[in-house]
Ligand binder design. Structure first.
Ligand SMILES: Cc1cc2nc3c(=O)[nH]c(=O)nc-3n(C[C@H](O)[C@H](O)[C@H](O)COP(=O)(O)OP(=O)(O)OC[C@H]3O[C@@H](n4cnc5c(N)ncnc54)[C@H](O)[C@@H]3O)c2cc1C
Ligand SMILES: NC(=O)c1ccc[n+]([C@@H]2O[C@H](COP(=O)([O-])OP(=O)(O)OC[C@H]3O[C@@H](n4cnc5c(N)ncnc54)[C@H](O)[C@@H]3O)[C@@H](O)[C@H]2O)c1
Length: 464
């Protein structure tokens, strides 16, 4: 039976990064806030995405470190992978963060409703509760933050072949001897490399011409070289015709040229689809685009009055920090000093080993935008800290405005690149030219010190 409508100042549908942060923030400042969450306390990042994968990347790096330990003077005998311990490590990290989120929800005073929401009217949802009951919840304002799910492409045979998604593979019930990864994007490369480090024989089947297609070709090539050195079979520009499960349990990916890639497990990592279909958004007056993402303007306003969308579902860049920034954009409208998503600098790090960290424009994008471009590059082996770490693989690349030395973007492939990139991002936000990083005194020996070397290639002041 459905009770009366419960009314709140704010209704948040889906507790992803933007939604939960906004809900807690507004609740702390005295608003009545209901957040409806289907079941993942803390959203996908901490449950099935960033956090568990990065916990496993740490394990993969530990495995690599053990293999390379003799070069550092420690000879290790008899190491092996223990899947139970590996899973326990990942679950401990995830459980700790879920518990911390639950506690923060409680302390903030937000009203958490566990159940699946469907719109029945503008800013009003019916919630299907786990016990079979139903609640009707309405907000004076509503925010949709329901995220995405793995996209399954319409490849013949795929539904019957028992392929896995990142959610499935993270459960780690067994280590596949042969893993085929469909898609050489961010999810694909991170999983491929970690499973290769755990001992699986990994093949990547990528439809496009190269791995990590949003990068400059030389960066994709550098990543491909790392993968080749790790023994990963990377096949690019491959069209998949069908996927079959053959009688011995092998999952066979058959490509258009008739070749077969056999695996015990196929991970499908070809992008993500928005969680919108089951929300009945037309009932809320919220329009979606062709691919199902919620249509929003630069203030993340939907087509419905006093209704916003945030994070992946709103078509924002698919990163947790972008979703967090969406929270800031929406909050700014509630406090009367609106900011928009226009012109945001969206950095990201691909957690391969070594990491690939990016901010700003690629060289390809900068040229396409008509900027007069200057490019400087640095082999990571030139950075003293890389030598002491014995992690000399990689290259750094910076794209600058030729006339002003304004930094347009960087791609850093190398150890600790995800940490170093923030220094460049802050310089870009502050409007500092590349020469400022050339001339800044940076701690020696750190990876960040490489910024001195990278930008040293810009013209020095002439000696008079
Ligand atoms: C394997 C993987 C690794 C990743 N690693 C990184 C990384 O290292 N760094 C990074 O920045 N990004 C990473 N990402 C991307 C990042 O996870 C997403 O961009 C981010 O989690 C999106 O958050 P969100 O706020 O859009 O919503 P989500 O965190 O996806 O939350 C949406 C929530 O809505 C709930 N929900 C859905 N439908 C309903 C409904 N009808 N009723 C109630 N609740 C509902 C869901 O249960 C979920 O909790 C990764 C993604 C994947 C798949
Ligand atoms: N470290 C991080 O920040 C991180 C990690 C994982 C995921 N993410 C986010 O999650 C998003 C989704 O990741 P993803 O890897 O699923 O998507 P993606 O868009 O990054 O990559 C998908 C890849 O699959 C390929 N592809 C598409 N159809 C194919 C087909 N039929 N056969 C073979 N290849 C095909 C595409 O060419 C592309 O290279 C990313 O874009 C990223 O924003 C971020």
């Amino acid at each position: 039976m459905v009770g009366a409508v419960e009314r709140f100042d704010v209704l948040v549908v889906g507790g992803g990064k933007a939604g939960k942060t906004l809900a807690m923030d507004l609740a702390r400042s005295g608003a009545t806030v209901a957040m409806v969450e289907r079941g993942m306390i803390g959203g996908s990042c901490i449950n099935v995405a960033c956090i568990p994968t990065k916990a496993l990347v740490t394990s993969a790096r530990a495995a690599r470190a053990v293999r390379g330990a003799d070069a550092l003077g420690t000879v290790v005998h008899g190491s092996h992978l223990d899947l139970d311990l590996l899973r326990a490590h990942k679950e401990d990290v995830v459980d700790g963060m879920v518990a911390a989120n639950r506690q923060q929800f409680l302390e903030s005073g937000l009203h958490l409703v566990i159940g699946a929401a469907t719109f029945v009217a503008p800013r009003t949802v019916r919630v299907a509760l786990p016990d079979g009951g139903t609640r009707l919840i309405s907000g004076d304002r509503a925010v949709i933050n329901t995220g995405t799910r793995p996209y399954l492409p319409p490849i013949p045979g795929l539904p019957e072949a028992g392929v896995l998604t990142s959610d499935d593979l993270l459960r780690l019930s067994r280590l596949p001897r042969r893993l085929t990864v469909l898609g050489g994007g961010t999810v694909g490369v991170e999983f491929a490399q970690m499973f290769a480090a755990f001992g699986s024989a990994v093949t990547i089947v990528e439809g496009g011409p190269r791995l990590l297609s949003r990068e400059d070709p030389e960066i994709s090539d550098a990543v491909a070289q790392v993968f080749a050195a790790d023994g990963i079979d990377v096949r690019t520009a491959v069209a998949v015709d069908r996927i079959d499960r053959v009688p011995d349990g092998t999952v066979r990916v058959v490509t258009a040229d008739g070749a077969a890639v056999d695996g015990d497990v196929v991970l499908v990592a070809v992008g993500r689809a928005p969680v919108t279909r089951e929300l009945d958004l037309p009932a809320a007056g919220v329009r979606t685009g062709e691919r199902g993402f919620v249509e929003v303007d630069e203030y993340l306003r939907t087509s419905a009055e006093r209704t916003w969308a945030a994070g992946d579902v709103a078509g924002s860049p698919q990163f947790t920090h972008a979703s967090l920034d969406d929270y800031r954009v929406i909050r700014s409208q509630f406090v009367g000093t609106p900011r928009s998503t226009t012109g945001r600098l969206v950095p990201y790090t691909v957690f391969t080993t070594p990491e690939l960290a990016r901010v700003g424009l690629t060289e390809t994008e900068a040229r396409a935008a008509g900027h007069p471009v200057r490019v400087v590059r640095l082999p990571v082996a030139a950075i003293p800290r890389a030598r002491t770490l014995r992690q000399t693989t990689g290259m750094w690349k910076a794209v600058l405005h030729r006339d002003t030395d304004r930094i347009l973007g960087v791609a850093l492939l190398g150890a600790e690149a995800g940490e170093v990139v923030t220094a460049v991002q802050l310089a870009m936000l502050a409007g500092m030219p590349g020469t400022a990083l050339r001339d800044a005194m940076i701690t020696h020996p750190t990876m960040a010190e490489g910024l001195n070397l990278l930008f040293a290639q810009l013209a020095p002041e002439p000696v008079r």
